[in-house]
Design a protein around this ligand. Structure first.
Ligand code: TNX
Length: 534
């Protein structure tokens, strides 16, 4: 009997009958390849002979001398504890002792990596992130989170393992400015909705948020002494798709600024003028040239009451009050005055307005940010100028870098997230198409260094990624326009041109899908990207 058993087994296998499942435990999934990160790192040296797997005894250590790094360590622990179920204590590093786990170190990094660069090294003892500042450590931590299984972002305990591939990444940004512009004026988004947006863009190393706080359809920031700006101007919005009314109290706004700062994102408040001003004109009769309050405007495009009254002193009293208060809420260096689409006023009046407003911004200690039209009138020294329609004939724009200004590139035809991908994509009524359709490859295939004739090199501060919201009605619609295109432009802002490669990018982008599925980001499943099957 016994002697026949092997024969029986052989026959059974040959007949193709199932082997009992218990006989073959499924091997754990291999770690995510070290370079599978968006934006692409400067250099990646994988070493498959080593690697680290988080365990119940892993610790997160930080430099005792650097409280900002301890905050990053605590933030990281908060990300990983619910899903791993591990305690992951946050502890000060012990000199000359290598604790098992994730170490976050400031100092001793290569100065050429700058304040945002980092090195991430993974060996059998752990994950070691080193940078010149807490900001660089945070960037390294964001890279690490992309190297962990996407279920790290789950709010409840998941089954491991939690491997990180071995090797070394060295990384730093191409441009110092990598911004997102969010229009909360056309459709309002709450503090919690903006915070979630900050979380999602921070994953791609965005470091500025330009918050478009005022426009013709809505005024979104409380200003002491001018209560009707918010009680009237804040009650409005674009009616298409349903008005999303509301405003931020100054405490709300400070909360957004704080939340952003914890993610190393600097908020730039934007107060529009001299155009885009109907909401203010509806709020206060005295701001109108004829002394009659304009009606609220809930349409799209320029309103019949688009311009502040440039000849009245009260206009500048008003702007002084607003800019003083907004500057006081702004720890960052910049304040945007808009300045776009003012063709309805004379060039001389426009220049007078811009000069006066720039002086107010300077008086309250801020540097000016303006859309490209403002280049005709501003003193460019220290200013950031937002390019949205490249113009080879604009001599003032081209002269700005020599006068100390820098351009931030957001060419509408490739960078405006409110443009649809294709007709009715992501959905009918969501997004716009005045600058054409922008598929993921279009968003990826341009170079900030060559987009504006005559402006390159140090004249380019970086990229901005605008989402105007005339046709964006919910956080889910924000998601579907911004993801997956924002990561494409974030990569143009961060990664060296030598890494620019569509096939590499689309593979790395596809690998973001499990994370977006995990966190409920309603990304658009572009047919250009080889998404994994769900
Ligand atoms: C142009 S960007 C505008 C915005 C609109 C946007 C719509 C800019 C400087 N002006 O007011 O919302 O197009 O895509």
């Amino acid at each position: 009997m016994r002697r026949t058993a092997p024969v029986v087994l052989a026959v059974t296998l040959a007949a193709g009958l199932a082997v009992p499942a218990a006989a073959a435990p499924t091997p754990p999934a291999p770690p995510i390849p070290l370079g599978q990160v968006v934006p692409a790192p400067v250099s990646v040296h994988a070493n498959t002979a080593v690697g680290y797997t988080l365990s119940p005894t892993s610790v997160i250590s930080y430099d005792l001398g650097n409280s900002a790094t301890r905050q990053v360590a605590q933030w990281l622990a908060g990300q990983l504890r619910p899903s791993t179920g591990y305690p992951l204590p946050v502890v000060p590093a012990v000199p000359f002792v290598s604790l098992p786990g994730i170490s976050l170190a400031v100092g001793g990094a290569d100065p050429s990596w700058g304040s945002e660069g980092y090195r991430l090294a993974v060996d059998n003892g752990g994950v070691h992130i080193k940078a010149n500042s807490a900001n660089g450590v945070y960037d390294g931590v964001q890279t690490l989170l992309q190297l962990l299984p996407a279920k790290f972002a789950a709010k409840t305990a998941q089954r491991g393992p939690w491997p990180v591939a071995g090797g070394e990444i060295v990384d730093y940004p191409r441009y110092a400015y990598r911004g997102a512009v969010l229009d909360v004026a056309r459709h309002f988004f709450t503090v919690a909705e903006v915070e979630r947006y900050l979380d999602e863009v921070s994953r791609y190393k965005i470091n500025y948020l330009q918050l478009h706080l005022t426009d013709s359809q809505g005024w979104r920031i409380q200003i002491d002494g001018w209560p009707r700006l918010t009680s009237v101007g804040g009650s409005s919005g674009v009616s298409a798709g349903g008005v999303r009314a509301g405003y931020y109290t100054q405490a709300d706004y400070e909360q957004i600024v704080r939340y952003a700062a914890a993610r190393f994102i600097t908020v730039i408040p934007e107060i529009e003028g001299p155009a885009h001003s109907n909401a203010a004109l509806a709020s206060y009769a005295e701001l109108n040239c004829d002394g009659v309050a304009a009606p609220l405007f809930q349409g799209v495009g320029p309103s019949p009451h688009e311009y502040l009254c440039l000849g009245k002193d009260i206009t500048y009293t008003f702007l002084d009050d607003v800019i003083r208060q907004v500057a006081a809420l702004t720890p960052g260096p910049y304040l945007s005055i808009g300045g776009d689409e003012a063709a309805g006023v004379s060039a001389a009046d426009y220049a007078t307005y811009i000069h006066r407003v720039q002086a107010i911004v300077a008086k309250y200690g801020k540097k000016l940010v303006g859309w490209q039209e403002s280049a005709a009138a501003i003193d460019p020294a220290g200013a950031l100028i937002g390019l949205w329609i490249p113009d080879p004939d604009d001599t003032r724009l081209k002269a700005a870098p020599a006068a100390g200004g820098k351009l931030v590139m957001s060419p509408a035809f490739t960078a405006y997230m409110d443009m649809q991908y294709a007709a009715d994509k992501p959905a009918a009524g969501v997004g716009n198409n005045w600058a054409g359709y922008i598929e993921v490859q279009d968003a990826y295939n341009w170079d900030p260094n060559t987009v504006q004739d005559g402006v390159s090199g140090s004249g380019v501060a970086g990229v901005n990624i605008p989402l105007f919201t005339e046709y964006v009605h919910s956080p889910a619609e924000i998601d579907s326009l911004v993801f997956p295109r924002l990561p494409a432009i974030a990569e143009l802002g961060w990664s060296p041109p030598s890494t620019h490669d569509w096939n590499s990018f689309r593979t790395r982008l596809a690998a973001q899908a499990p994370y977006w599925d995990q966190t409920g980001v309603h990304f658009y499943r572009s047919p250009q990207i080889p998404w994994p099957t769900r």
